[in-house]
Design a protein around this ligand. Structure first.
Ligand SMILES: *Cc1c(COP(=O)(O)O)cnc(C)c1O
Length: 217
């Protein structure tokens, strides 16, 4: 299967309500251009400097999503161009993004990463922490960020029932927050191994790497 065919197949098979983020981390710019030439314009990376290097080199109509954990001292490198920061997992990071966005005279869109998996290793906020953050006085003052939804990763397991339960939880939290946060429009859930379940559970954004570009080393 070619990258081009994979992109076309995803575009033909996922519902119109679901946005495809092609996760190009570790992959060369030639692979990204193959997807680009098949019409793909949204790409996801998990390292700030790798994303910046690719942004420099590639067409400027690409929308870059940061999908990985971000260290605060790296925010400045992506603030001029990043389209969506999907994995905001602390108040301090949000503060830094607001600061760097202001310097660039931009409003940067963000998602809060909610911890839904059982594994301890996964980054993310609890439902209560996210609720507190969104209600905080500091958050109300951030004019250069817009939190537009939530992101989550299910446990890496063959147990479909468990994955489904975790996605259901994220969707429930998203629906709940959406009633008070009117600019919420994105619930990012689903990767190569679990995106069909995520879509069934109401995902509006899937992040797919290996099913498009092949396995990573
Ligand atoms: C790598 C990564 C993906 C894509 O994973 P695949 O299994 O290759 O589709 C999605 N989301 C995040 C946060 C990732 O780090």
């Amino acid at each position: 299967m070619s990258i081009q065919k994979n992109i076309t197949s995803f575009k033909n098979n996922i519902p119109e309500t679901v946005t495809l983020v092609a996760v190009s981390k570790t992959k060369p710019v030639s692979d990204i251009m193959e997807a680009y030439n098949a019409g793909q314009r949204i790409f996801g990376e998990n390292k700030v400097q790798e994303m910046e290097a690719k942004w420099q080199e590639l067409p400027k109509d690409i929308a870059w999503h940061m999908i990985g954990h971000v260290q605060r001292n790296k925010v400045k490198y992506m603030a001029p161009f990043v389209s969506l920061i999907e994995a905001v997992d602390s108040k301090r990071l949000l503060k830094e993004i607001n600061k760097e966005a202001k310097k660039n005279d931009r409003v940067i869109k963000c998602l809060l990463q909610i911890k839904i998996a059982e594994e301890d290793s996964k980054f993310g906020l609890s439902e209560a922490e996210a609720r507190e953050l969104l209600a905080s006085e500091a958050y109300q003052k951030y004019d250069n960020i817009s939190v537009v939804g939530l992101m989550g990763m299910a446990t890496f397991t063959d147990n479909e029932a468990q994955i489904r339960t975790e996605f259901k939880k994220l969707k429930r939290v998203y629906d709940d927050f959406s009633t008070t946060h009117k600019n919420f429009s994105i619930v990012s859930m689903g990767m190569s191994g679990d995106y069909p379940i995520a879509i069934e559970e109401g995902s509006t954004m899937i992040r797919v790497g290996s099913a498009i570009f092949g396995e990573r080393n």
